[in-house]
Design a protein around this ligand. Structure first.
Ligand code: DQA
Length: 165
């Protein structure tokens, strides 16, 4: 538990924790997205993951929100991060499950389990690619999806999230 993110609210009763500080948004990046910039640039563009994250953090800061970014190539690590998000009182998740979009019931279950609203993002238009990419285990749970708009898709998703109460 991060010290600066929680404070015991003694007046509200023992054991209750109250969120202090800015609203928190988690950006979750799945496998191989660490390679953005050099990975199949014709499909995913030339913007790196670090550039995307920096931009999202800056946009969040301007809006008074705290944007936390996490990438992993491992399904279990992504699931652990989603479970931690609930304990951290993350208000929204922006998720690009990458290859796990099309395979991971377990990551879907994690998002359903924490019941944190999320927006699904894909850089490429998954509906205009190979047939196996057309099915997502996440879209029916997501508040909305953005796909095919490259790295701008993350910014559009964040813009939407920042406008939610
Ligand atoms: C992706 C699309 C997925 O099909 C693919 O496996 C990825 C990236 C996208 O952002 O376009 O890794 O999620």
């Amino acid at each position: 538990m991060l010290k600066e993110e929680f404070k015991v609210n003694t007046r509200a009763g023992a054991g209750r924790v109250k969120q202090v500080g800015p609203r928190k948004i988690l950006v979750l990046h799945g496998p191989n997205l660490n390679l953005l910039g050099t990975r199949e640039p014709a499909t995913y563009g030339r913007v790196t993951l670090a550039q995307i994250n920096r931009r999202l953090i800056a946009i969040g800061k301007t809006a008074g929100a705290s944007v936390l970014c996490f990438q992993s190539n491992h399904e279990g690590a992504l699931i652990d991060r989603v479970q931690l998000a609930a304990k951290q009182q993350i208000a929204w998740i922006i998720a690009n499950p990458a290859g796990y979009t099309h395979t991971s019931i377990a990551l879907r279950d994690a998002l359903a389990g924490v019941a944190i609203p999320f927006v699904e993002v894909h850089l490429s238009n998954i509906h205009a690619r190979e047939p196996f990419r057309r099915h997502s285990y996440f879209s029916d749970l997501a508040v909305g999806t953005v796909c095919g708009l490259g790295s701008r898709g993350y910014e559009l998703a964040l813009d939407f999230v920042l406008r939610q109460a």
